[in-house]
Design a protein around this ligand. Structure first.
Ligand code: SF4
Ligand code: SF4
Length: 133
């Protein structure tokens, strides 16, 4: 039975739609103003906790709290973002910034979306009708 389960999972995974990133960057800076941090498995929601982690890791000093999202998760803006929405340390930006917006299937399946106003969007490479064949 175990082998059947494994084969079923293999087929499911290989028949599943893959997600493709489309569009392009509008250089709006929205992503640099809507940063969230995870501490362990949890998003950062507590301002005092942010003050505490800044003491432990100085890289957090590069951000300031700019609001909260609809789930009460703290949103941060990067201090390197200039008024014209360009990056003042573009050549030295982190790998995270360089890879953004990378898409992960498990995150999309969990409901993750592109930020509102972002020039990128996500599409499935398999149309629903094709998937049914
Ligand atoms: S939010 Fe999207 S379009 Fe705007 S700067 Fe970031 S990646 Fe580019
Ligand atoms: S380092 Fe530059 S690209 Fe990265 S979040 Fe800050 S402003 Fe945006």
């Amino acid at each position: 039975m175990k082998i059947i389960k494994k084969i079923t999972e293999f087929i499911k995974n290989n028949r599943s739609a893959r997600f493709i990133l489309k569009g392009s960057c509008k250089k709006c800076g929205i992503c640099c103003k809507n940063i969230t941090f995870m501490i362990g498995e949890q998003y950062l929601t507590d301002k005092k906790e942010f003050e505490r982690i800044k003491q432990l890791d100085s890289k957090y000093n590069n951000f300031f709290i700019s609001g909260r999202d609809e789930n009460n998760i703290l949103l941060f803006t990067c201090k390197a973002l200039k008024e014209d929405n360009t990056c003042s340390c573009y050549s030295f930006r982190s790998l995270y910034c360089r890879l953004y917006p990378g898409i992960k299937t498990k995150h999309i399946r969990a409901g993750a979306e592109m930020l509102k106003g972002c020039g990128y969007y996500i599409e499935s490479n398999v149309k629903f009708e094709e998937f049914l064949k």
